[in-house]
Design a protein around this ligand. Structure first.
Ligand SMILES: Cc1ncc(COP(=O)(O)O)c(C=O)c1O
Length: 468
């Protein structure tokens, strides 16, 4: 064991001290030539393992750097990292209290605290929840609970010939498509309801879509709102949609995978006004809260619903009726083996407190305003979507007009060029027919000077690309 600890320490020291670009793009075919990926019958030397782990780190984009703007997370969370290491060391399994006593109690505390923030737990009710493998699984479980709520017999008898219909906005994350596929509802029966010019689901279009599916003899059962859409960070209107869900007796879910942490902030929690009216809520701690992947939770206002929906089997060998049976979380989950993700999130929350998360949201929102102001002041950078949250979607446009296809090509080239030069790592995205640079502000260490450098590079490289 000691040899492995030594290797880890050496690799970690090197990785953390190295002054290197945020990413080193390399073609897969080239990388295959550099690393010996073949697996054989005979084992190998420790030195080969060290070399392979070194390659792994060397070619891995550095998600901790302030120049990493590509995904919905960035930065390093040391208490959570400690938790991740200890979790791997322990190899705990979250199905039963017996084999994960402390992590189970930590997970229960996290679910309780998150439910308080959402408003599912109050002096009159007590919500429920369980940690899942990510926002995609959280959205899947939400839809499964909705199906069980609307048509409980499907769990045991299957579908028969009824057509169920789920409704989300046309800006919703693609995990809803996976969920309808997995649950046997069918991707044709996922309705993408129109969003408005702010990227928010349009309540009138939602009512029309429900009425249309009822007229066809279909059974709508689920409305999935998004709090912080993936491309533009829009927040769907909750109270209006909650009234519609009530009127038609539909399950109302909020996908807060990205936007949920605004609930920590007194200043910004209005974005989720009315969220306590939902039936379920997805929360990814591995996005803005920057806990190493994966750390996510599905929450619900209805205590017992997770278990009713997910439970089944395992009583004869795993879920013993002992004195701690009430603490076995496995029956609330669709997994058997489940990693103890609670420790890293709990340690990180313990270290900085709810105020620490609130400060991060407030600071990044202020930085977002600065960034948008800088873009608006430039004659060649243009916002292509409103930025209510931490997504800034903008286009570089030269002064000589280009059509949207040319602008798309230019902006994609600009993102790739910046990355190839070892500058900021940003992504591009399409929104309402326009393709622009999607900048995600998720790193708590990012400063105004980092934004200035990035926008400066956009202008410099944009001008160069146009000139060539
Ligand atoms: C709004 C939203 N929901 C759900 C997901 C899926 O989350 P995960 O990657 O944790 O499965 C994402 C991922 O980006 C997202 O942006």
């Amino acid at each position: 064991m000691q040899q492995y600890l030594d290797i880890f320490e050496q690799l970690a020291q090197q990785y953390l001290q190295q002054d290197r670009p945020v990413s080193k793009p390399i073609k897969a075919e080239q990388l295959k030539q550099i690393i010996n990926l073949s697996l054989g019958k005979k084992g190998t030397e420790l030195e080969d393992l060290k070399q392979a782990a070194g390659h792994y780190l060397n070619y891995q984009p550095d998600t901790a750097q302030v120049d990493f703007f590509k995904l919905l997370y960035s930065g390093r969370n040391n208490p959570a990292l400690l938790g991740d290491w200890v979790t791997s060391l322990s190899n705990a399994n979250m199905h039963t209290y017996q084999v994960s006593p402390v992590a189970t109690l930590m997970e229960l505390e996290l679910v309780e605290q998150l439910n308080r923030l959402v408003g599912f737990t109050s002096h009159t009710q007590s919500g429920d929840g369980v940690m899942v493998s990510g926002g995609s699984q959280a959205n899947l479980i939400a839809m499964m609970m909705a199906r069980h709520h609307g048509l409980p017999n499907i769990k045991t008898q299957g579908f028969g010939n009824q057509t169920l219909v789920a409704l989300v906005s046309d800006q919703a994350h693609y995990s809803s498509q996976k969920a309808v596929n997995l649950l046997g509802i069918g991707t044709d029966n996922l309705i993408a309801v129109a969003s408005d010019d702010q990227g928010k689901l349009c309540p009138a279009a939602l009512t029309t879509a429900i009425e249309t599916s009822l007229q066809k003899g279909h059974k709508p059962f689920y409305i999935g709102l998004t709090a912080g859409t993936t491309v533009t960070g829009a927040f769907d209107p909750i109270p209006e949609c909650a009234a519609i869900a009530d009127q038609y007796n539909l399950w109302l879910h909020i996908d807060g995978a990205w936007g949920a942490p605004v609930l920590f902030s007194q200043q910004h929690k209005h974005l989720l006004k009315g969220c306590q009216l939902a039936d379920s809520f997805s929360w990814d701690a591995h996005k803005l809260m920057n806990v190493p992947i994966t750390a996510a939770v599905i929450l619900t206002r209805h205590r017992g619903m997770l278990e009713q929906t997910c439970a089944g089997g395992g009583d004869d060998y795993l879920f013993h009726s002992d004195e701690n049976a009430d603490y076995n979380l496995g029956q609330k989950s669709i997994q058997c083996g489940r990693r103890a993700d609670a420790l890293k999130l709990w340690l990180s929350w313990k270290a900085i407190g709810s105020h620490g998360f609130a400060d991060k949201v407030n600071r990044l929102q202020a930085l977002k305003h600065y960034c948008v102001d800088q873009i608006s002041a430039s004659d060649k950078l243009h916002m292509i979507a409103p930025a209510v949250y931490l997504n800034v979607l903008f286009q570089y446009r030269p002064l000589t007009p280009l059509n949207q296809a040319q602008l798309r090509e230019l902006n994609i080239a600009l993102c790739k060029h910046m990355q190839a030069q070892g500058c900021a790592y940003v992504d591009y995205a399409k929104y309402q027919g326009e393709t622009g640079i999607r900048l995600i502000l998720a790193n708590g260490d990012t400063q105004e000077k980092d934004i200035q450098r990035l926008l400066g590079h956009c202008l410099e490289f944009g001008n160069q690309l146009v000139a060539n």
